[in-house]
Design a protein around this ligand. Structure first.
Ligand code: DI6
Ligand code: FE
Length: 411
C-alpha cells in the first residue's frame, strides 16, 4: 500500500478553515475539510475537492471555524504566590520601578518561587495553563527567571517540562536567569552574570531543560553589555536567544538581540528606528505584550507603523506573569493588541499563530494549517475569524486538536 493510500486517522468536514498560511490574509477556505494522519495534517482544502480516502474517524465540524492552534510565545506562567498587594500599592501611587527598587516586584515572586516545592509550583501553575489551553492554545513558551539561583531556576524549568509532559500542549522552555539581580548579588551584577553564564546555563542546558535563552535588558534589569555576555554563552550551547527589550526605556536591546540572530525582541514600547531596521535585517520577530502595557498603564505605544512598514513579523502574547500582566487569556491579549495597539484582527490572529511560531523557531512545525505541519488546531463557534479578537470574555473554543489528539474544551 503506498503512503498516499493509508487511511487517515481522522477527517474533519463541515468546517471553515482560516489557514493563516498566506501573508496578509486569513487564508480562508469556506466549506473545507482537514485530514490528520500520524499527528500531522495529511490533507486540507475545499470539501468539494476532497479525494476518495478512508478515514478511521470523521468529525462533523457543524459549520464551525478551524484555526491553527494558538501559540502563546512569551509567558512566565510558572511562579509562586501572587502580587495583588503591589497592584493595590500602584493604585495608591507607587510606580513599578519604585516597588522593584524597594525589593518588591520581581523579588517578591522570587521569594515565593524559591519557597515552593516542585510539586507545589506545578500545582500553582496548572490552573493558569488550563485557562490558556481552554482558549485553544496548543503551544506555550514558559520562562524561568523567578529563581535566580541554580536550584530554583532548575525547579521552574522542570515544572515547565512537566507541564508539557502531562498537559495536552507543546511547551518550549526559556532560561531567563538574567531577569533580575538577586539580593545575594546586590551591587555585583557582573558576578551574577558570571553565575548565569558559567554555572546555571551549562548545567541546565546539559540537563535538557533549555530550549532558548532570554534576558531583561533594562535599567532595573541588566545592561546591554551584560546581556551580550548571556547571548554569547547561549551561542556556546547552540541555543537561540530572545530578549525583553525596550519595555521601559531604549537600551538598544532589540538591535542587540537581532545582531545575535535572535528569535524575537519582546515588549518594544521604546523601540527606535535603528532597532526596527536591525530586526528587519535579522528576521527577528516583534512580540507585543499588550497585557503588560495595559497593566502598567503605559502610554508609549510600540512603533507599530514602523514595524509594519519594515515588514517585521508581529506576534502577540499574554506575558502571563504576576507583576505586570496577570493575564491567562490569549484571546484578551489579541483584543488588547487591536484596541490598544491598533493591530487589525487579522494581524492579531497571525500574531498568535504563524508569527508566534516563528518567534519560537517553530514555523516549520506549527502556526498554520498546511500539509505536513503538526495537526494542532482549534475549533471555534464564530461566524468569521475576525471575531476571535473582537469579543471580550466568553470563550468560543469548542474543541482543540493537539498532534491529532482531540480534546473537547467542555463548553
Ligand atoms: N518584564 C516584564 O514585564 C516581566 N518581566 C520582565 O522582564 C515582569 C516580571 C515581574 O514583575 O514579575
Ligand atoms: Fe515577560
Amino acid at each position: 500500500m503506498t503512503e498516499q493510500l493509508q487511511p487517515w486517522d481522522s477527517l474533519w468536514v463541515n468546517v471553515h478553515l482560516a489557514t493563516m498560511s498566506s501573508a496578509g490574509g486569513y487564508g480562508e477556505i469556506r466549506d473545507g475539510a482537514i485530514a490528520v494522519r500520524d499527528g500531522r495534517i495529511a490533507w486540507l482544502g475545499r470539501r468539494s475537492d476532497l479525494p476518495a480516502h478512508q478515514a478511521a474517524t470523521t468529525h462533523d465540524g457543524k459549520g464551525r471555524w478551524v484555526t491553527p492552534g494558538l501559540i502563546d510565545c512569551h509567558t512566565h506562567v510558572v511562579y509562586g504566590g501572587n502580587r495583588s498587594d503591589e497592584f493595590e500599592a500602584r493604585l495608591n501611587g507607587a510606580s513599578y520601578e519604585d516597588i522593584a527598587r524597594q525589593g518588591g516586584g520581581i523579588m517578591s515572586t522570587v521569594r515565593a518561587t524559591r519557597e515552593a516545592s516542585e510539586d507545589g509550583l506545578l500545582e500553582a501553575s496548572l490552573p493558569r495553563v488550563q485557562n490558556l489551553l481552554a482558549e485553544g492554545v496548543t503551544t506555550l513558551e514558559i520562562k524561568s527567571g523567578y529563581g535566580l539561583n541554580l536550584d530554583t531556576e532548575r525547579k521552574m524549568l522542570r515544572v515547565a517540562r512537566r507541564i508539557g509532559e502531562t498537559m495536552p500542549v507543546r511547551v518550549r522552555t526559556t532560561f531567563l536567569g538574567a531577569h533580575a539581580l538577586p539580593p545575594e548579588y546586590a551591587e555585583q551584577a557582573d558576578r551574577y552574570i558570571d553565575l548565569v553564564c558559567d554555572t546555571m546555563l551549562p548545567a541546565l542546558a546539559s540537563e535538557g531543560l533549555v530550549d532558548a535563552v532570554d534576558a531583561f535588558c533594562e535599567r532595573i534589569g541588566f545592561s546591554a553589555a551584560q546581556t551580550a555576555r548571556v547571548f554569547e554563552a547561549a551561542r556556546k550551547h547552540g541555543l537561540p536567544v530572545k530578549l525583553h527589550a525596550e519595555q521601559l526605556s531604549d537600551q538598544g536591546g532589540a538591535a542587540l538581540v537581532a545582531q545575535h540572530g535572535g528569535l524575537s525582541a519582546d515588549h518594544l514600547e521604546y523601540l527606535s528606528p535603528e532597532g526596527i531596521a536591525a530586526m528587519c535585517k535579522a528576521g527577528t520577530v516583534a512580540v507585543l505584550l499588550p497585557g503588560a502595557f495595559y497593566f502598567l498603564r503605559e502610554t508609549r505605544l510600540p512603533p507599530i507603523a514602523g514595524l509594519r512598514e519594515a515588514g517585521v513579523p508581529i506576534a502577540v502574547s499574554t506575558d502571563c506573569n504576576p507583576g505586570t500582566s496577570p493575564m491567562t487569556s490569549l484571546l484578551l491579549a489579541m483584543n488588547m493588541a487591536c484596541t490598544l495597539f491598533r493591530l487589525t484582527p487579522q494581524e492579531a490572529l497571525a500574531g498568535t499563530t504563524i508569527h508566534a511560531a516563528k518567534a519560537l523557531g517553530l514555523a516549520d512545525v506549527v502556526g498554520s494549517l498546511e500539509v505536513g505541519k503538526a495537526a494542532d488546531f482549534s475549533v471555534w463557534e464564530i461566524e468569521r475569524p475576525g471575531e476571535l479578537a473582537y469579543a471580550i470574555g466568553g470563550n468560543p473554543c469548542r474543541c482543540v486538536v493537539n498532534g491529532g489528539n482531540v480534546r473537547f474544551t467542555g463548553h
